[in-house]
Design a binder for this molecule. Sequence first.
Ligand code: SMG
Ligand code: MG
Length: 384
Amino acid sequence: MTGTFRLIGLELRRISLPLVTAFTTSFGSENHRDILLLRVELERENTIFEGWGECVAPNDPTYSAEYVAAAEMVIEQHLFARLAGSERIAAAEVHRLLRAVKGHPMAKASLEMAILDAELRAEGTCLATHLHGDQPLTRDRIPAGVSVGIFADLDQLLAAVQGYVDDGYQRIKLKIQPGWDIDPVREVRALIGPELGLQVDANTAYTRHDAAHLRLLDEFDLLLIEQPLPEDDLLGHRDLANAIDTPICLDESIISVTTALDAIDIGAAEIINIKPGRVGGYLEARRIHDLCRDRGIPAWCGGMLETGIGRAANASLASLPGFTLPGDISAAERFYARDIVVAPITLVEGNVVVPTSPGLGFDLDQGILEAATRSTRHLRSESR
Ligand code: SMG
Ligand code: MG
């Protein structure tokens, strides 16, 4: 790919989208998303190429330290200038150019994503092809999985799960927390039968002292338990992995290829959830994918309730061969009555089709986008 682009402009657009139903996890509940979208303008030989990125930082700093308002601020005050000041810009350089700024992986990932979209559109290449490098694409669709929140009672949970089973989802993930774990899992396993993949996600809600309790999950033949302990407790996860049969999968703890390597080496991560936003971009996500594949660690692509922008990109990432488990890649309608893209992702016999159009693989519906927009800000490179 030719790399003679310069970053000349950035639009920061905040949109608001209602969720079809409230989504409750161990750290809170939300019924709408306040989302930051980025539109970059790259220039090459007097031609402007546009690209879009989505920042997955949530409304509040409860999944991790990042949240949408802070992401917008750090991009505006610290990140944009580091990229706009560079003579040449390429998505592959973004990680290095932004390294001096600590943290803020979701903000950084959204910039890399928008630049990648512009580059790939300029080259006429789709993201899946780009991520595969010189490896052939082996699948044009990927199995869809759905993440199911915490409900007020078991009847509501079972009705929701039945709906997703009827939709054709190939695996179910249940959010759990102390007081909402063994019984919901038992009931859901009874409902869906022994064959359908079932896993749970605690979003750090348990402690090192909960091993005996979590061992009660072993009888339900779960694919995995995701992030039971706080994100900084790698040794606790290692000990838990030794104490229970259900495989330990890390999400929040894995913030880079280095943390992934350490977690695998010490036995804290038997499976890894790869989320581009959490690790600073799709290119770091691919490096973690490569590590997992080389080490024989099963991996899957996580979700952050993305719009059609991030959902298309995630479906492309998840087509890499090391993603051996179904990811949190669902139809857009699982969260949004009306997505902002022209062709929202749907299920095709329980699968999601891997996008093949140039760029990240979506086209925006301008009318829906404008109606959802709450604010826009424009930044320009100072040399222009
Ligand atoms: O996009 O399907 C989705 C959501 C998947 O459960 C999901 N994500 O910890 O894995 C996770 C959660 C984080 C959501 S926080 C906003
Ligand atoms: Mg998770």
